[in-house]
Write a protein that binds this ligand. Structure first.
Ligand code: NAD
Length: 497
């Protein structure tokens, strides 16, 4: 056991009154309803957060609007890059504090909190910071001749959109928030973030660090509260120019509709997935099992890019199922605050109930569990790592996103059948192909309906590679230079001389 000692500043943060972070200051309305934050490893309530009132949401958007036209507009692109990098430095300096806050509220293994919520988040922030000085328009050769001999010149300007509402899920509460505000701020926009009600704490601390870094008050604000109340009020506010949302498909549909109905706000939607991992017949059973574990069990499966559908050739299925069952049996649940733990709880009691409910329905319909299929018999939201032999593509576990530590294995016979099965889903976020035959993989890539296709790997993201969904998994791309299009508007200028 290598239990991590909770830092005094983390204890103090949990004990204080937390609510919103607006115009560089903590704001907490006293006396109203509070949202309880529970540690899913123990189910103990560790903090309470006051949800934002409508007046607080108005204040957050107004201050962001003011900063957009004032303090942030008055910084040069180079200064903006420097300030984002300073925030990245401070996040590294506060690495353990941020990681502990995240682990205590989401149950994420402390090793993953350090790696993803700080180190990866910082890598993304620095990547966005590196773009501030490279956002450019173009000069354009005009197509139509001038009738009078006068000359025309065309140029395009890329202008920041304005105030961005970033609506964030609970599975990576800092990293996904950085995807939102890092890209917005780099383009010259300002931001109001709405974290998930499950993980409302960590971004409050990051916003404080932003002030310490010298980012002007009002540029980065955080409002808490439930989606249909605080989230809805924020995103439909008239001064919001753009909504960037990560979360479930149904919520995404509601947000897309509201964005159009409240003034045609620009919108980026990063939604769920029911992602496929396909193991071609030349992949050995051991490599297949390694691949399934890589694809399906990171962060107890609470990763939008995770594979929950695994396609295994008929000639390999018995071997793979037997070996996978043995490997999963060795996953021991551990305290996420222990450096040596390998397998943590789900993020909340509500999510635990949702996942166990889907297992119960599958069992009632005669599902064949290779391993798992229920909760560990210990306190906390611990679900067994689970693998199922699917009977058909129509099983609920093959169609609906569970967002937990579960994979369904389905047999295929031919590569043609495999492609059809992989594409048979309303989602299209990610997919992976596992094979030694790279030329076959390259021929298959154009036929796969997904925003990201991995070859011999799964769950790898990089700031330089555009990420987002095909089909029902969303609209738009984050990362790479693609983000610039989503936070700026092109203005065409045509001049006669
Ligand atoms: P969710 O859709 O329930 O909530 C996401 C956020 O939206 C939360 O902050 C919530 O408060 C808010 N919200 C809910 N209803 C709202 C409404 N009517 N108006 C405005 N805001 C509203 O999702 P979740 O359970 O927090 O996260 C899990 C989902 O997120 C999964 O489907 C997962 O696949 C997806 N996800 C996608 C990506 C990606 O990059 N594509 C990354 C991580 C998670």
């Amino acid at each position: 056991m290598a239990e991590v000692t909770i830092l005094p500043q983390v204890r103090a943060f949990l004990e204080r009154s937390n609510g919103q972070f607006i115009n560089g200051q903590r704001v907490t309305s006293e006396g109203g309803e509070t949202i309880a934050v529970a540690n899913p490893a123990t189910n103990e309530v560790i903090a309470h957060v006051a949800p934002a009132t409508n007046a607080e949401i108005d204040a957050a958007v107004e201050t962001a609007h003011h900063a957009f036209h004032g303090a942030w507009a008055n910084t040069t692109p180079a200064q903006r890059g420097l300030l984002l990098n300073r925030l990245a430095d401070l996040m590294i300096a506060h690495r353990e504090e941020l990681a502990q806050l995240e682990t205590l509220s989401s149950g994420k293994l402390i090793t993953l909190s350090r790696a993803f919520e700080v180190d990866y988040a910082v890598a993304f922030l620095r990547y966005y910071a590196s773009w501030t000085t490279k956002i450019e328009g173009r000069t354009v050769a005009l197509s139509l001749p001038s009738a009078t001999g006068e000359k025309y010149t065309g140029l395009t300007l890329r202008e920041p959109l304005g105030v961005v509402a970033g609506i964030v899920p609970w599975n990576f509460s800092i990293m996904i928030a950085v995807w939102k505000f890092g890209s917005a701020l780099a383009c010259g926009c300002t931001a109001v973030l709405k974290p998930s009600e499950v993980t409302p704490l960590t971004m409050l601390r990051v916003a404080e660090l932003a002030i310490e870094a010298g980012i002007p008050p009002g540029v980065l604000n955080v409002v808490n509260g439930r989606g249909p109340q605080a989230g809805h009020a924020l995103m439909t506010h008239p001064e919001i120019a753009k909504i960037t949302f990560t979360g479930g498909m149904e919520t995404g549909a509601a947000i897309g509709t509201a964005a159009m109905q409240s003034g045609f706000k620009r919108v980026t939607l990063e939604l769920g997935g029911k992602n496929a991992a396909a193991f071609l017949p030349d992949t050995s059973p051991d490599r297949t099992v390694d691949g399934i574990i890589e694809a399906g069990f990171l962060n107890s499966g609470q990763v939008c890019a995770s594979a929950e559908r695994c396609y295994v050739h008929r000639s390999r299925i018995d071997d793979v199922a037997e070996r996978l069952g043995k490997r999963l049996a060795a996953f021991a649940p551990g305290d996420p605050m222990d450096d040596e733990s390998q397998f943590g709880p789900l993020a909340s009691r509500a999510h635990f109930e949702k996942v166990t409910g889907s297992f119960a329905r599958a069992r009632a319909r005669g599902a064949r569990f290779i391993h798992g299929g229920g909760a560990f018999d210990i306190p906390g939201c611990y679900i067994q790592p689970t693998a199922v032999l699917a009977r058909s593509q129509d099983d609920e576990l093959m169609r609906q996103e569970v967002f937990g530590p579960v994979v369904s294995l389905l047999v295929y016979d031919s590569v043609e059948e495999l492609v059809t099965l992989m594409n048979d889903s309303p989602y299209g976020l990610t997919a992976s192909l596992w094979t030694n035959d790279l030329s076959q993989a390259l021929r298959l890539i154009p036929r796969i309906e997904a925003g990201t296709v991995w070859i011999n790997m799964h769950n790898y993201i990089d700031p330089a590679m555009p990420f987002g969904g095909a089909k029902g998994s969303g609209i738009g791309r984050e990362f790479g230079s693609a983000f610039i299009e989503h936070f700026t508007e092109i203005k065409s200028v045509i001049m006669r001389y």
